[in-house]
Design a protein. Structure first.
Ligand code: CTP
Ligand code: CA
Length: 226
C-alpha cells in the first residue's frame, strides 16, 4: 500500500503527458520501435489527474493499462505525436514528455509488404523532428518537463538536454541500472533544474516517482506562475 498526495493543487490546470515508444513503419506489417513500456507516462497522467488536473495523455505503443479520468489519444509515429502535441500546446499549462520518441525513421515507407531478396538489406533512416525541442522553442507560459534516458554521464547529458531544449525540469534516468527505465515497474531518477541537481530519488514505483516529480513541478509552477 502506497501513500499518494491527496491535494487538488492542479485543479483548473491543463496537463499534457506523452508516453510510450513511437513506432516507425517500414511497411504495412513491420516497424522500428524501442523498449519503452509507457508505464512512467501513464503513472504521471494518473498522478496529475489525482491532483485535479485536466489531463490529456498522448500515447504511442504501450503495455500500460488505461487510466480512468484521463483523455487518452493514441498515436503511432513521432510525426503523429508531434502533431497531436502541437495541437494542444497553446492551451496547456504543463507538458511532461515521458515518451521514448524514435530519433530516426525509415526514409521510405513501403505501401506493400517488402519482399525478401538479397542476402543483405540496408535500411536508410532519417532524423525525426525533436518534439521536446520544438516545444522549447515555442514556449510561452507553459512549464516544460523532459526526460533523459542515459547509460553514462547522466548529469552531464541531462543538463545539456535541459538547456538545449529550453526545459524547466529534466528527469534523468540511468537506464543501465537494474530497477530503472524501460519495461520495469520501478524507476531511479534524478531531477535537474536550471541550477543543477534538484533531487535524487531512490528506487521507487513509477507511480511514486510520478508523485514526487509532481511535487517538485507544483512548487516551481507556484514560484513562477506562467
Ligand atoms: N524527444 C522528443 N522528440 C524526439 C526525441 C526525443 O520529444 N524526436 C524527447 C523525449 O521525449 C525526452 C527527451 O526528448 O523527453 C530526451 O530524449 P532522449 O532520447 O533521452 O534524448 P535525445 O535528445 O533524443 O538525445 P539522444 O537520444 O541522442 O541521447
Ligand atoms: Ca533519443
Amino acid at each position: 500500500q502506497q501513500w499518494f498526495a491527496q491535494s487538488r493543487e492542479l485543479e483548473g490546470k491543463k496537463v499534457l503527458v506523452t508516453a510510450g515508444g513511437t513506432m516507425e513503419r517500414l511497411d504495412p506489417v513491420r516497424y522500428l520501435t524501442n523498449d519503452s513500456s509507457g508505464k512512467m507516462g501513464f503513472a504521471l497522467a494518473e498522478a496529475a489527474a489525482n491532483r485535479g488536473a485536466d489531463v490529456t495523455l498522448i500515447a504511442a505503443r504501450t503495455t500500460a493499462a488505461p487510466v480512468a479520468g484521463v483523455n487518452t489519444v493514441h498515436v503511432e509515429s513521432a510525426e503523429e505525436m508531434l502533431e497531436a502535441v502541437l495541437e494542444r500546446y497553446e492551451s496547456a499549462d504543463l507538458v511532461i514528455k515521458a515518451a521514448a520518441v524514435a530519433d530516426y525513421r525509415p526514409v521510405v515507407k513501403a505501401s506493400t509488404k517488402i519482399k525478401k531478396g538479397n542476402e543483405k538489406l540496408v535500411l536508410e533512416l532519417e532524423r525525426t523532428t525533436d518534439i521536446l525541442q520544438t516545444l522549447g522553442e515555442r514556449k510561452k507560459h507553459q512549464f516544460l518537463v523532459g526526460f533523459a534516458a542515459e547509460t553514462e554521464q547522466l548529469a552531464h547529458y541531462a543538463m545539456d538536454k535541459l538547456r538545449r531544449k529550453n526545459c524547466d525540469l529534466i528527469v534523468g534516468n540511468d537506464v543501465s541500472q537494474a530497477g530503472a527505465g524501460f519495461n520495469v515497474d520501478t524507476n531511479i531518477v534524478q531531477i535537474f533544474g536550471e541550477e543543477g541537481l534538484v533531487e535524487s530519488l531512490p528506487v521507487l514505483s513509477k507511480r511514486e516517482v510520478a508523485d514526487r516529480l509532481l511535487t517538485q513541478i507544483v512548487q516551481r509552477m507556484k514560484a513562477a506562475p506562467g
